[in-house]
Design a protein around this ligand. Structure first.
Ligand SMILES: *Cc1c(COP(=O)(O)O)cnc(C)c1O
Length: 372
């Protein structure tokens, strides 16, 4: 069986260094917000090109804390609206509703699966306060257009970078393309911890300090509480693991690009539609896709998935049910978002990772090309 993602294989590559880092934490006698967190925040900010990075407990919390901080700073209040793509992972939307803000869904572009920036403006009202640009599957959104709209209406741009660590838009990296960005280090992400983890990046000092305090009981100074905060911190042990893996992230991305390009060059089956990059054929130059997921589309999706499994190839669907059809959002169940629905019915994610062998990639391509 060719697995969708060989997590054990990925982490085994760094086994010796991970154990060394683990030992360093045990021997330090300091397990919450110590030196590893401090250094990781510095190294991750430097990687993203931002002034600040703040480690938090997970990606959902990163997004929740950004919005919460904007509320504390008086930029938003209960009932305000945040624009978000209708085909995103549910966490982007949960972060908005958990802050008593209203998610306003905008359809994606059928070719890129990214928010269709041209449809944003018609959804803006006097209550709109932010646009959440989700760099879904690892490709950065069309940020020039999104930032221009945000500027015109005085909106914050919040990136959901949970799938796009290291992706560029022109000369800047994901995390440095808007006002603030949320990252996830869930084990399966391109930069994955050995458990949960997340971070916020921003160039805004006041926002950074507010998020830091909010994630630490609302305290900026021990036993003094500015806000009714929460406990959402990156573990010292996960920070140590991430410091090891961050050094190899660009290498991981490079290997994923090689596989993606190989798929694109060699899959010839006309039933299969490739993910289209908005800066088409300039991948090498713009490096706007880090291929967290390689998502193909076909109107025979379920049949294809079964066929691949029968031939020893594991695939996944990201995601089978669109947010507006989820039980958690009953209020939207009667609404229709045709492009999202089509995407959710037709997409399939092929195996891709830094440890996938060329041999396995060739088998996947051969099997796919024989699908009728
Ligand atoms: C994984 C993910 C999240 C949530 O991150 P967690 O660390 O699992 O909480 C948010 N948004 C997107 C797009 C994701 O893929």
């Amino acid at each position: 069986m060719i697995p969708f993602l060989d997590l054990k294989g990925i982490n085994s590559q760094y086994r010796a260094e991970l154990i060394e880092a683990f030992t360093r934490v045990i021997d330090s006698g300091w397990y919450i917000q110590g030196n590893e967190c401090k250094e990781f925040d510095k190294e991750f900010a430097e990687y993203c090109g931002t002034k600040y990075a703040i480690g938090v407990a997970n990606g959902l919390d990163a997004l929740i804390l950004i919005l919460r901080a904007y509320k504390e700073l008086g930029f938003m209040q209960d009932g305000d609206e945040v624009i978000v793509p209708s085909n995103t992972y549910i966490a982007s939307i949960l972060a908005i509703s958990q802050n008593n803000l209203v998610p306003v869904l905008v359809e994606p572009d059928i070719n890129t699966y990214l928010i269709d920036w041209a449809k944003i403006e018609e959804k803006i009202t006097s209550k709109t306060k932010a646009i959440m640009s989700v760099h879904l599957y690892g490709q950065t959104c069309e940020m020039d257009n999104i930032n221009e709209i945000a500027k015109k209406y005085n909106l914050k741009v919040i990136e959901d970078s949970a799938q796009s660590h290291g992706a560029y838009y022109k000369d800047k990296r994901s995390g440095n393309l808007g006002d603030a960005s949320g990252f996830s280090f869930y084990p399966g992400k391109n930069l994955g911890a050995l458990g949960d983890g997340g971070a916020v990046t921003t160039n805004d000092e006041e926002l950074a300090n507010t998020i830091k305090a909010l994630g630490n009981y609302g305290s900026h100074k021990k036993y003094e509480n500015l806000y009714k905060g929460i406990n959402s911190r990156l573990d010292e042990i996960q920070a140590a693991m991430l410091r090891v893996k961050l050094r190899y992230l660009d290498n991981e991305i490079e290997k994923r690009r090689e596989i993606a390009n190989y798929y694109i060059e060699n899959i010839t089956n006309k039933n299969i539609i490739f993910p289209i990059q908005h800066l088409t054929s300039k991948i090498q130059h713009y490096q706007n896709h880090v291929w967290h997921l390689f998502v193909i589309r076909t109107n025979k999706r379920d049949k294809l998935q079964k066929y691949l499994l029968d031939n020893g190839i594991q695939t996944l669907i990201h995601y089978p049910i669109p947010p507006h059809k989820q039980n958690a959002y009953k209020e939207w169940n009667n609404e229709t978002y045709p492009i999202s629905e089509q995407i959710h019915n037709e997409i399939l994610s092929l195996p891709i990772s830094g440890v996938q062998s060329l041999e396995d990639t060739k088998i996947i391509i051969k099997v796919l090309n024989e699908f009728r």
